[in-house]
Ligand binder design. Sequence first.
Ligand code: G6P
Length: 481
Amino acid sequence: MDDRSDRQVLIASNRGPVSFTPSDGGAPALRRGGGGLVSGLAGVAGRAEVLWVCAALSDTDRQAAREAPGGRLDLAGHDTGGAVRMLDIPAATFRRAYNGVANSTLWFVHHLLYDTPNAPHFDARSRRDWQSYEAYNAAFADALARDAAPGARVAIQDYHLSLAPLMLRERRPDLRIAHFSHTPWAPPEYYRLLPDDLGVRVLEGILGADHAGFLADRWAEAFLDCCEAVLDAKIDRHARTVTHAGRTTRIGVHALGVDGAALRARAAEPDVAARAAALRAQVDGRRLIVRIDRTELSKNLVRGLAAYRELLANHREWHGRVVHLAFAYPSRYDLPEYRAYTEEVRRAAASIIEEFGTDTWQPLILQVEDDYPRSLAAYGLADVLLVNPIRDGMNLVAKEGPVLSERDCALVLSREAGAAAELAEDALTVNPYDVSQTAEALHRALLMPAGERAERCRRLVEAATALPPDRWFADQLAALD
Ligand code: G6P
């Protein structure tokens, strides 16, 4: 496929489909990227017309980016396939943009993670981080402007790149530009924690796109509210458009789902079967409650563990008969909040084992490591899947679990996950702050009759696979035509 034609599609995101890890002696080893964005887009990466532009995330990535012929990595032969341009952004600029602005400020604002004692403090250092965030966005805009064929479509992803749409439009007005947010969007009263000029820049940056997409109605509505309250932009709620500074941007909602067939095929591979056998031996015929997350503050692991503790405290009949498998893969450890949170999770887990464990029963297994095949194996064995984020753009775990469960898992789901908009009727929904309610939902889930579980799980799978990634992405592109 000629990538200089107007069929060309560019994807831009911070994390790309792969990253590199040092390996002893030989060439750096390729690793699949984690998180919802990459899981969603990995399936379209291999298409001939697609070029994926992402940031080098580490020194090993930076080295690989520098050594790639013409700066392009060819992933043919790898899981994802496709062509990738990894941007060699200076390490200090990347660190300030990624840690200082994207993952602390913007992530915290959209997930409502600040409270009064840890409210943000915007000072000279934040301004310097912000300048790096601008330079980082400009590096993407420059690369996209260079690589894009006339009239190409560009799909810019997530909060790391909220300034890039406008920057790219200024460089290349001929391109058709989409932005997609994989996070929730903050309501205006919370969004206004941002210094006024920065709050304006982020909204105007995204409005540089022709189309701005969100995962759920409520996030799109919140974005419209912010455009109205902060920019005094003209909002058409019926047509879902924002008009500001002489341009109109369409707002769309695309609820990313999972590709059931591809997921089942991956789960049928031998590495998953081997891990399933090991887990089965550990669980030894007991009922199994599974959760799988990044070690992420918004995922609410500590309250989830507290709910499991309360289940065991209130319902002694489960002692010796249930195991909770909590898999948390390490994430964003450059931020002290994430390191402290992981320690808190470990302490909460240890105290449950200490309180209830016996010589013959370990009530909880917490594993803080990245093992994708083991996560797939755990889905297969789950009787109950616990997904209780404080707030989440979508949450693909809630969709992947039912698809892979061999035991018609019951889903305990936070009402604050974007996925609740589609799954709430067949899940047991909870207020993520209400530990007691979550504990009772776990109890009900464990007691749910097989027929009801099967019926609910069938409908969960139907909803989860309704908009698989290739169709989700095609919808984003179609919105540009
Ligand atoms: C969320 C974000 C993604 C991000 C992922 C993993 O799903 O929306 O943009 O890639 O978390 O986080 P990380 O910081 O490791 O890329």
